[in-house]
Design a binder for this molecule. Structure first.
Ligand code: NAD
Length: 417
């Protein structure tokens, strides 16, 4: 990831500030993170050697509540990336109207190269290192790329040991058997799907069998592909880090999910191979980037033929690509709206943990739908009102809420009266 990702993220804020000029103090507060810590995590490896891993946790802004955001395990994690993701979380939580600020964390590691025991020691070591900076009312982590429910539980357990009491609400995305919420596993994809359904008519997409291509076949991408397939969309291409498969007639997604689970690879009978780059340029109605950042940039955006993009990944499109899509009138349903289902059900998990009362999956999905439909509607109305892109409209919605919080606390004007 380039060192300028945070500058990239800020460009979106600057654009929204032009559409929605607000109190200068709110803008000032949103320019820098509240805190960003770097920790060293010594881990005893299975062969007896010692390795020290580098980790980060950022609490970007807590105007609206405790900070909230995932933990990523990836070789390319950096302070700049963590800060940018925490910045996005601030806006995402605000778009969904959740009582949270934005946070994020990460460790520089390729988790596939560690044994389960090493991964557990690393995860517990990370939580021990950041324990003073997280907590149910302070900062609530969750899974992100290459972290999962098992890892969340190790961290929850470590935190509970440190506090000498059961603390399920310190982290979300836990296994259901250990305080997780039903529906969390599918929440990001399900939320994105509700948003697509709410907006597709307004974006000029209609009819059965709309063609979809999905980049990334992990939690977000594979579940989204399954939901779309079930609902009658024609999923013509999917890919993972090793490349993808393509079939003009539509892929059998349940079979692909089963094959990937069994063999670790994406193979399908009668399908052609497609590279990740070529997948982004297919002639489809909906392109769903669901892998990593900066996949669609000024270099390849002009080649995108999709009628609309649904950003399940965080930051898959850069601002140069945004400009090209604006010009070509290709709507981009932005990450801070499209993938907010994950944090929304994380919020439900936190609420259930604190209440000690658990909901059915049906109840979770009903409540998720209410929030995603409402957010999609509000973003679309602001797009029309300000004549801006869906992305800028989503930022404007988030800014309005953040601005209200700042004004309610009192600004310079309050003290000059
Ligand atoms: P995951 O680890 O489950 O899956 C990631 C997938 O991307 C894997 O299939 C991997 O093979 C693939 N991938 C990696 N590099 C790739 C490349 N260069 N090209 C194509 N595919 C590649 O992760 P996830 O949880 O599905 O997250 C995916 C994206 O969605 C990330 O940007 C994440 O921040 C975002 N997101 C996830 C959630 C969530 O709840 N899981 C919530 C909000 C946003």
């Amino acid at each position: 990831m380039s060192a300028s990702i945070f500058d990239e993220a800020q460009k979106r804020l600057d654009k929204a500030l032009k559409a929605y000029p607000m109190d200068a103090e709110t803008a000032l507060l949103l320019k820098t993170p509240k805190s960003l810590i770097e920790v060293s995590i010594p881990v005893r490896m299975d062969d007896g050697s010692l390795r020290v891993f580098q980790g980060f946790r950022c609490r970007y802004n807590d105007l609206l509540g405790p900070t909230k955001g995932g933990i990523r395990y990836h070789p390319q994690v950096s302070a700049d990336e963590v800060k940018s993701l925490a910045f996005w979380m601030t806006f995402k939580c605000s778009v969904a109207g959740l009582p949270y600020g934005g946070g994020k964390g990460g460790i520089i590691v390729d988790p596939h190269k560690l044994s389960q025991a090493e991964l557990e020691r690393l995860s517990r070591g990370y939580m021990a290192a950041i324990a003073d900076f997280v907590g149910p009312d302070l900062d609530v982590p969750a899974p992100d790329v290459y972290t999962n429910g098992t890892i969340m539980n190790w961290m929850c357990d470590e935190y509970s040991k440190i506090r000498r009491s059961y603390q399920p609400a310190v982290i979300t995305g836990k296994p259901v058997a250990l305080g997780g919420s039903l529906g969390r596993e599918s929440a990001t994809a399900q939320g994105g799907f509700y948003v697509l359904e709410a907006l597709k008519g307004k974006l000029g997409l209609s009819g059965k069998g709309l063609k979809v291509a999905v980049q990334g076949f992990g939690n977000a991408g594979s579940i989204f592909a399954s939901l779309a397939h079930q609902a009658g969309y024609k999923v013509v291409a999917v890919s993972d880090s090793k490349g993808g498969v393509y079939s003009e007639a539509g892929l059998d997604i349940p079979e692909l999910v089963a094959t990937k689970l069994k063999t670790g690879t994406l193979t399908a009978r009668g399908a052609e191979k497609v590279s990740n780059e070529a997948l982004l340029e297919l002639n489809v109605e909906v392109l769903v980037p669901a892998a990593l950042e900066n996949q669609i940039t000024g270099k390849n955006a002009a080649n995108v033929k999709a009628k609309c993009l649904l950003e399940l990944a965080n930051g898959p499109t850069d601002s140069a690509a945004d400009a090209i899509f604006d010009e070509k009138k290709i709507p981009v349903v932005p990450d801070i709206l499209a993938n907010a289902g994950g944090v929304t059900v994380s919020y439900f998990e936190w609420v259930q943990n604190r209440a000690g009362y658990y909901w059915s999956e049906e109840e979770v999905n009903q409540k998720l739908k209410v929030i995603m439909d409402r957010s999609a509607q509000q973003v679309f109305e602001l797009k029309q009102e300000h004549n801006v892109s869906l992305r800028t409209a989503a930022y404007v919605l988030a800014l309005k809420r953040l601005n209200e919080a700042v004004l309610a606390k009192g600004t310079q004007k309050t003290y000059q009266k």
